[in-house]
Design a protein around this ligand. Structure first.
Ligand code: ZN
Length: 738
């Protein structure tokens, strides 16, 4: 009998089930194993990567207080009330982001409903993170592109974190960080608060941020007035402001398509009815292109402009950051800036500049520009600024702090005279022949008033009349190097050109150091700071517009050193102050038009070549004020009466009107004495004509020897008790008499 071929007896009997498995295995075997392995490996990688990043990120979660979110971003300038010492809010800086906060209850419901429909349908249910979307997005981004076209997994909560922290970089670490921050945020704040923050921080293209600014910009209406299609339109824009820009033809089409999607989702979520859905679907919105925000911006004063400049400059140097970073801090990081703002000064300046009577007449048809710096005499802080005749924008060119112009004769008190008095080269009444010196074989300089050329004149007269030749003779002896180093190192003049900078054309020369013919120039701010030494008995501090800058959490970022330090002797400062009073209050001073009358006034005029720059730098016991006039494109100013001292008086009168009159502080080692106007030495009874001068006790002239008793010009007095009419008789002069 023929046995059918049997399987080998060694074969293991198999069941039907085993056969099926085996066949399945044969069918799918390799592919199946591969899939399982891929799954396990992918899962492990996901888990490992996530674990590493979670571990790394846990400490980096962001703590955000949504309640003061708007405050966190807005930088605030403060002033101090002088009478109470209390700080008050001066100005909130318009952020570089055009953002106007609107509270949740002031938004229409369909606005946040459209937001949820468009961005995060499960927002009301999840705890800050939509795990389904997150996992899909994570695998898609970091493991393998298995789900082409999958969108990012960010919920509204996560987007709030993103908008608040400003983190734009997409990395796994950042993502994990964001997830944990979002979970934390949801525990601390309600859904309404999170929606409010979201809607106030989302970008809308350009500098527009938040739904209120967007409602203004795109529909010229308040956010509360938005219709459902308008709300959907705005929520669409934030996804890709240029792609969905309703102002553009293509953008309008894209925007409408996206709106239709939002209506569908809103219907699905029960936010709108079927009837409403049909009404809105494919409907148009009417956009109004009008930037209503520009006009609403409260303009900064010249002072506030400068505070920002100074803070940015100091942040750069102190924190060693770039200008762009410093700028971003000031505009977007909610700094607290404690300024030196003086409302009495700045408000009066601003008012005066609105009044055409403030400006003295000139002959030119176009009125010259002008700039003003007012410093508090006491502490050197900036009390007020004017950077130009008109202010029609923010952060304009500020002539008060940035225009570098030739100071002309205003250089004399801080350079040749200061040095000569400090070195005891001269006294109030030292006599000089009004003759030129020789420079390169040529006589130099010429005098503006030639009537006194070749005559013997005193120091006080030379300063009052702004004679050029006397300070030139002084500077020839002092040497420009000494004057230069003093201005550069002690008075913080920023733009002096040294021989190292430029050997051919530098300021270490007779002309710039004597008559202010600088290579570049000086600013009104620098001049005011320098002149203040004559109001403080010789102490200087670089003028400052703020004392303290903190971040929004009161951490100190910048603190000014506001201490004035001695740069010249009290005696020299007092005597030059008295000389400047003579120039501003007594004939033949060139600055007498500035004399306030009810308050001691001291100051000096200055004019650069061809009348391009005209100055008066003056002071009272309260304020030191530099006034500059000139054209931006230098051109001659033609006038009837020299304008700067008149402008100075017109500006200072209202500021000083209600201040208690007081005297400048005087040094006790400086004394008023009578001098002989012929010899310049201390007067005796025999001197025919005398005047009062101010002298260092340590360095006063000897008695006049020109008018000896018994001489032809002997002067008769009733008695020998040492009293002069109209003058101060001193022990020194009387003791040697008779
Ligand atoms: Zn005399």
């Amino acid at each position: 009998m023929a046995n059918p071929k049997k399987r080998s007896s060694k074969q293991v009997p198999v069941s039907d089930g085993q056969i099926i498995v085996r066949r399945l295995f044969e069918l799918f075997g390799k592919a199946f194993i591969a899939m399982v392995l891929v799954g396990i490996i992918s899962g492990s990688i996901v888990a490992a990567v996530m674990a590493v990043y979670v571990f790394k990120s846990l400490d980096g979660t962001v703590d955000i207080d949504l309640h003061d979110l708007d405050m966190k971003y807005t930088t605030i300038l403060y002033g101090t009330d002088k009478s109470t010492g209390e700080e008050y809010e001066l100005k909130r800086l318009q952020s570089s982001e055009n953002r106007i906060w609107v509270d949740f209850e002031d938004m229409p419901d369909h606005l946040w409903q459209a937001t949820i429909a468009a961005e995060d349908k499960r927002f009301m249910e999840h705890q800050g993170v939509d795990w389904k979307r997150t996992t899909a997005a994570f695998i898609n981004q970091y493991i393998v592109k298995i789900l082409p076209g999958t969108q990012g997994g960010s919920t509204i909560t996560q987007q709030v974190i993103k908008n608040v922290t400003g983190e734009k970089e997409i990395s796994a670490a950042r993502k994990i960080n964001e997830i944990f921050s979002a979970l934390k945020l949801e525990k601390q704040f309600s859904k309404e608060e999170i929606l409010e923050s979201y809607l106030n921080t989302i970008p809308f293209g350009g500098t527009t941020h938040g739904v209120q600014a967007a409602a203004n910009r795109y529909f010229d209406k308040d956010v509360s007035e938005l219709t459902v299609p308008e709300a959907a339109c705005i929520i669409t824009i934030t996804n890709a402001p240029s792609y969905y820009n309703p102002f553009g033809e293509k953008g309008a089409i894209h925007n409408k398509e996206r709106r239709n999607y939002i209506y569908t989702q809103m219907l699905d979520l029960g936010y709108i009815t079927q009837e409403e859905y049909e009404e809105y679907y494919d409907s148009d919105v009417e956009v109004a292109r009008k930037n209503t925000l520009e006009g609403e911006t409260a303009m900064l004063t010249w002072f506030e402009d400068y505070v920002i400049d100074e803070v940015i400059s100091d942040l750069k140097s102190e924190l060693n950051i770039t200008g762009a970073q410093a700028w971003d801090m000031v505009y977007n990081k909610g700094l607290r800036i404690y300024t030196t703002y003086d409302p009495l000064v700045q408000k009066n300046l601003d008012n005066s500049y609105k009044n055409s009577n403030t400006f003295p007449p000139v002959i030119n048809s176009e009125y010259p520009e002008s700039a003003v710096v007012v410093l508090n005499a006491e502490d050197g802080s900036i009390a007020g600024l004017i950077g130009g005749n008109e202010k029609n924008g923010d952060r304009l060119f500020n002539r008060a702090t940035a225009a570098q112009r030739h100071p002309g004769s205003t250089m004399k008190p801080i350079s040749p005279y200061l040095q000569a008095f400090e070195m005891d080269m001269i006294t109030w009444s030292t006599m000089f022949m009004n003759d030129p010196i020789m420079v390169d074989g040529e006589p130099w300089p010429v005098n503006f008033y030639s009537a006194d050329d070749g005559k013997k004149i005193s120091v006080v007269y030379a300063l009052q009349r702004s004679i050029n030749r006397v300070p030139a003779q002084l500077m020839e002896v002092i040497g420009p190097e000494q004057a230069f180093n003093f201005l550069d190192k002690k008075l913080a003049f920023h733009s002096l050109v040294s021989p190292e900078d430029n050997y051919q054309h530098n300021d270490m020369n007779l002309s710039p150091m004597t008559l202010g013919g600088m290579t570049v120039g000086v600013t009104p701010l620098e001049m005011a700071g320098a002149y203040r030494i004559f109001a403080t008995g010789g102490k200087f501090v670089k003028p400052y517009s703020y004392t303290l800058v903190t971040d929004a959490d009161d951490n100190v970022l910048l603190e000014k050193d506001t201490k004035s330090v001695r740069v010249i002797s009290e005696e020299t400062a007092t005597i030059i102050n008295k000389l400047l009073q003579a120039a501003a209050m007594q004939a033949p001073g060139t600055g007498t038009a500035a004399n306030l009358g009810f308050m001691p006034t001291a100051g000096k005029t200055g004019t650069s070549s061809d009348d391009y720059d005209q100055w008066f730098i003056g002071m009272t016991p309260y304020y030191v004020t530099a006034v500059w006039m000139g054209y931006d494109e230098p051109s001659q100013i033609l006038y009837y009466n020299y304008p700067p001292p008149i402008l100075w008086k017109n500006l200072m009168t209202p500021i000083h009107q209600n201040l208690e009159p007081k005297e400048f502080a005087e040094c006790e080692e400086v004394e008023a004495m009578e001098y002989c106007v012929v010899s310049g030495d201390l007067a005796t009874y025999n001197c025919p004509e005398t005047a009062t001068g101010w002298y260092k006790e340590s360095f006063a002239p000897s008695n006049c020897t020109v008018h000896m008793r018994g001489g032809s010009s002997m002067r008769d007095y009733d008695d020998n008790d040492g009293e002069f009419e109209g003058g101060v008789r001193t022990r020194r002069s009387s003791s040697n008499d008779d």
